[in-house]
Design a binder for this molecule. Sequence first.
Ligand code: ATP
Length: 436
Amino acid sequence: MTTNPDVMDKVVSLCKRRGFIFQSSEIYGGLNGAWDYGPLGAELKRNVKNAWWQSVVHYRDDMVGLDCSILMHPKTWEASGHVANFVDQLVECKKCNKRLRPDHIEKGKCPGCGNNTFSDPRAFNLMLKTFLGAMEDSSSVTYLRPETAQGIFVNFPNVVDSTHRKLPFGVAQIGKSFRNEITPGNFTFRTREFEQMEIEYFCRPEMAEEKYREWIDARFSWYVDLGIRKENLRLREHAKDELAHYAAGCSDVEYLFPFGWSELEGIANRGAYDLTQHATHSGKDLQYQDPITNEKFYPHVIEPSGGCDRGTLAFLVDAYHEEQVKDTTRVVMKFHPKIAPIKVAVLPLLKKNDGIVALAKNIKRELQKDIVCVYDDTAAIGKLYRRQDEVGTFFCVTVDVQSLEDQQVTVRHRDTMIQERVSVDRLHQYIKDHLS
Ligand code: ATP
């Protein structure tokens, strides 16, 4: 395995410098395990979520979406098994009292002080507890959801009744989840507040294996189709002894981060466990009834569960390139056009020339109707190009004196740096064609 921690430092620093990701509440010293997306990060993450939603909901005939609340009835988490089993092992360093997960301790040494003696491990529940209403007692305890999936399971009968869906069909959801991770770290890879993109795909039990394999392929291809280099992705199928007792299979899509191969998404074949658990705890009949045969049964479920922040981090790391151009190093983020935060930068060559400025602003106004673009006149053209490369802007459109005479502008392509003259009236279509 080749890992390169330097690249991680460079990506983290670029994220801060260019407004992708900031430390949460930085002016107060930050909050461990929480991050804020800046102006460019917000665009990037939104593009990742839109690409996911498009691929798993809009481009399919067998999927619908949900948007459930973060707070759920506390019985949900008893039924799902989270109250009893959603635990990590925790040890304490005997010298500095730092709390750690035993499987996150490298070479037997505390990362805080280097000591090598620890307390005995104990189970630590990862759910974040809170109180609802004015009373802070055990009757008002609930949890910030540790996954979005349970919102889908408890709504299974609502979705069937309101949409008349027949098996097989799936439900997708994007939303915040919270886990009181013992050792958050590796930037946004492991945090205490994060966003998940989850699917529960319901099918007849005998179809589960086939659908499980289909979803593994679909989810792996999604990352490749959005530009992640294939050699940086792999599938890891869980061994039998890693699986939950009810699961028939689980495979992770892993990415080769600078800190090593790590999970982006898990695809699990979960049997009928979740629906039967909720039926038992709620006393409600959550079976599916076949509309033709009237046969009643619990569907099996395939669960592709990805992290939006982890995915976004993989897109950031994979896009990071350094290239030698003459005697300088060009840093360029080679995002796929679909997820690049900005598609076009319109740049006037001379900001004191009223004609150039007016034409550049007009061009931007026309493009921004359906393409995300910016106007920038705050530096010389060479510097502006470098800035746009560093944030992955797909095209730079430069307006110069000649443009006023021939109504043509220079279009510079991010990856090749090739420049072409394109007439203003063809520009919008030209850009749309290249982006798609
Ligand atoms: P890990 O083993 O890395 O803790 P997990 O197997 O517990 O992850 P799941 O419960 O399967 O993760 O959650 C599904 C997805 O949610 C993960 O693949 C990951 O992308 C994302 N995710 C889970 N925990 C976190 C976290 N603490 N920070 C960011 N993303 C997370």
